[in-house]
Ligand binder design. Structure first.
Ligand SMILES: Cc1cc2nc3c(=O)[nH]c(=O)nc-3n(C[C@H](O)[C@H](O)[C@H](O)COP(=O)(O)OP(=O)(O)OC[C@H]3O[C@@H](n4cnc5c(N)ncnc54)[C@H](O)[C@@H]3O)c2cc1C
Length: 673
């Protein structure tokens, strides 16, 4: 039997469930395939962070998540460092992980401690009522195929499902990733760790460290982390970076727990689960009609609690873009922008989590740390100093969770303002294009972001002066969902927005801001990844990839260029000196910028961001071939530098001004090593 749908989501972990939720919000027909029938015993993620909670609020699920969380409201989210749970206290971080609500917090929803398994249940339950989404449990995808206009998966039942797009949310061992031939790039695995889930009714009463969500045990025998799953008897434990010679399959789990606690106690072991700390990112997030999201696309140590949260962000970014493409108002570039936006964030998060993993109980410990004398006191003071110095940002990362931005996305219209420094610990709220709309309370219980419509663009308008009729009309004509919200803000709040008009995407990122809209068509082209420039074609719609309309323009100049996008695994600052000819490339970009307008890339600089995404532009196909194959890439030894995508770009230049956007219609994913 063959079933046809719009999107097949492979994997019903938090990311697949999140993607299906987002697709349902946009009315996209989707089938989610999940092979597990029972929920996993291992809770894995315990922290649903600030960004995910904002997205859950956007889905109308934040209250339900809090209601279902097994740790009661107000449970202290402290992080305690001790020698053992019944040993010496070393350091304590009060109110860590941004889980407490404070009136002046720069977010509406604090983070929430909740086991991943419970969050999955919340998402799964609400999906059961979604009219456009079918959830199939207990079935595996075993193979997939794609052609130019369709994609297809084969199930272990023998059934075939065809669709427009497949998204692999199938975790670290992704069948979809393997089936598509996408490799993971990055460093060697960091270490093996051992997770244990257990019940211990007496453990809370056995120590005098007070209630906390993490207890890090710092001693030479059992460096580990423990924490409560609920307020009664449920616990999780991770022994970090275990000795590589350990046979992790046959450990005596109970004795490991006793070593961390420091006293004997009764425990019922529910699961023992070794896991490896990786640091890899998929070379491509897209191959034709197939996409990757979540752990299928990136893996890193859990320190800082980013993995699932990063994946839920992928799901929302991709979900609204798939809807846009399927409904015909998004161009092909909107789908390509998924990788541009999310892969660079994954690199940033991986750097952070690897940095967090560098300092564990294993290396905070000292031989004398448990001596009950002055030598022991000194060892404990030194450990406390290092903990305070190194671990704070792991438990307080508002800047990274909410301050990331899509500076180099082709969908974002830069306003020329400089980006604020990205400080992991501190958020600099701004409505600069590419950033998340900053939080403000509009009235009691109503945040600015609550005024946004999740399934459409929202134009925030402060003051009646600015004319938005052209944009509204053009959006209507092209069936681009757009909602206008008039705001009456005080001067402080207005200053935070930075302009009277702010165009916000369905995912709450600012796409554009300004004082007036001089080119509504160009603006909509840009933010929807379409290439209609100037007046639209006779039918008033962009063609499938926007080219038909671009062809039809009077008074436009058409130019061609080749865009070659490279990604390397080293920071730009290290890459630059390696490239003997980088000035030539930079010049070429500036020249190309003059040809095409620099705005599509935000700047004419060669190093596009600190994740070493490079763009090289040539004006002919032959030149592009020569540039990709030759110096200086190979000569500089950039073995991990891959050609991610190249495209024939057609840019129409109305009246000799900058074009509004570029159209990608070239080959994809060719690899030059
Ligand atoms: C110890 C530990 C602690 C962590 N703590 C945190 C934390 O606090 N915060 C955080 O954000 N992240 C944390 N993480 C990371 C988080 O668990 C993962 O990032 C998250 O599970 C990724 O979700 P996913 O949906 O991409 O993949 P998964 O959760 O792995 O889900 C993939 C799903 O796909 C299904 N599947 C696989 N193959 C197929 C197939 N062929 N057909 C059908 N179905 C298939 C699987 O059964 C599975 O249900 C932690 C991880 C670990 C190991």
């Amino acid at each position: 039997m063959t079933l046809d749908t719009e999107v097949i989501v492979v994997g019903g972990g938090p990311v697949g469930l999140g993607l299906a939720t987002e697709l349902a919000l946009h009315g996209v027909r989707a089938v989610l395939i999940e092979r597990r029938t029972d929920p996993s015993v291992q809770p894995r993620a315990k922290l649903t962070n600030l960004r995910s909670m904002a997205l859950l609020r956007r889905w109308g699920l934040a209250d339900e998540v809090r209601r279902r969380a097994p740790l009661p409201d107000g449970y202290p989210s402290d992080i305690v460092f001790c020698t053992r749970m019944t040993g010496w206290l070393l350091a304590r971080f009060d109110n860590a992980l941004s889980t407490a609500a404070t009136p002046d917090a720069p977010y509406a929803e604090p983070a929430q401690q909740i086991p991943q398994t419970v969050l999955e249940e919340v998402l799964r339950t609400q999906l059961m009522g979604a009219p456009t989404v079918e959830v199939r449990i207990g079935t595996s995808v075993v193979d997939l195929r794609q052609s130019e206009d369709r994609a297809e998966v084969l199930l272990d039942t023998g059934e075939q499902l065809t669709c427009s797009y497949i998204v692999g949310c199938d975790g670290s061992q992704s069948t979809v990733r393997r089936g598509t031939g996408i490799s993971m790039n990055g460093g060697a695995p960091l270490a093996t760790n051992v997770g244990i889930v257990f019940r211990a009714p007496d453990l809370h009463a056995m120590h005098d460290l007070g209630r906390a969500v993490h207890y890090w045990t710092i001693n030479p025998e059992m460096p580990a982390i423990l924490g409560p799953l609920d307020a009664e008897d449920g616990w999780w434990f991770h022994a970090t970076a275990v000795d590589p010679s350990t046979d992790v399959k046959s450990i005596d789990a109970h004795s490991w727990l006793i070593a961390a606690v420091g006293k004997r106690f009764d425990a019922e072991i529910l699961a023992v689960d070794p896991w490896i700390a990786h640091r890899v990112v998929a070379q491509d997030y897209r191959r034709g009609r197939v996409f990757l999201a979540g752990d299928a696309a990136h893996l890193h140590p859990p320190m800082g609690g980013y993995g699932m949260n990063l994946g839920i962000g992928d799901a929302v970014d991709l979900g609204w873009k798939l809807a846009a493409r399927l409904r015909g108002w998004g161009g092909e570039a909107i789908l390509d922008s998924y990788q541009t936006e999310r892969q660079s964030l994954a690199h940033r998060v991986i750097r952070e989590s690897v940095d967090n993993y560098r300092i564990l109980g294993n290396n905070l410990s000292a031989p004398n740390i448990e001596r009950a004398d002055a030598t022991g006191d000194r060892a404990r003071q030194e450990a406390a100093r290092r903990i305070k110095e190194n671990k704070r940002k792991e438990f307080s990362s508002t800047g990274l969770q909410l301050g990331y931005r899509y500076d180099h996305s082709p969908l974002i219209v830069s306003d020329g303002t400089p980006p604020p420094p990205l400080d992991v610990g501190r958020l600099a709220p701004t409505a600069r294009p590419g950033h998340l709309l900053p939080h403000q309370w509009i009235e009691e219980g109503v945040a600015l972001a609550d005024l946004l419509k999740a399934s459409s663009f929202t134009l925030l308008r402060c003051g009646a002066d600015a004319d938005v009729a052209g944009l509204v009309k053009d959006a209507e004509r092209r069936s681009i969902p757009l909602t206008v919200v008039a705001l009456d803000l005080d001067s402080d709040d207005r200053a935070l927005l930075g302009a009277p008009l702010v165009l916000v995407r369905p995912d709450q990122h600012v796409a554009w801001r300004g004082h007036s809209i001089s080119d509504p068509t160009g603006l909509l082209n840009r933010v929807t990844g379409t290439t209609v420039v100037g007046p639209a074609g006779a039918d008033g719609q962009a063609g499938a990839n926007g080219r038909a309309a671009a062809h039809g323009q009077a008074g436009s100049e058409r130019r061609q260029a080749w865009v070659i996008r490279w990604a390397a695994q080293v920071p730009a600052a290290e890459l630059m000196p390696l490239l003997p000819q980088h000035h030539a490339y930079r010049r070429r970009l500036i020249e190309a910028g003059a040809l095409l307008g620099t705005r599509p890339f935000g700047s004419a600089d060669a190093a596009v961001d600190d994740h070493s995404v490079w763009l090289v532009i040539a004006s002919t196909a032959e030149e592009a071939e020569r540039l990709t194959a030759a110096e200086p890439w190979a000569a500089a030894g950039l073995r991990r530098c891959t050609l991610q995508a190249w495209a024939l770009v057609t840019a129409a230049v109305p009246g000799g001004t900058s074009p509004s956007s570029l159209n990608r219609s070239g080959r994809n994913g060719q690899c030059v090593q």
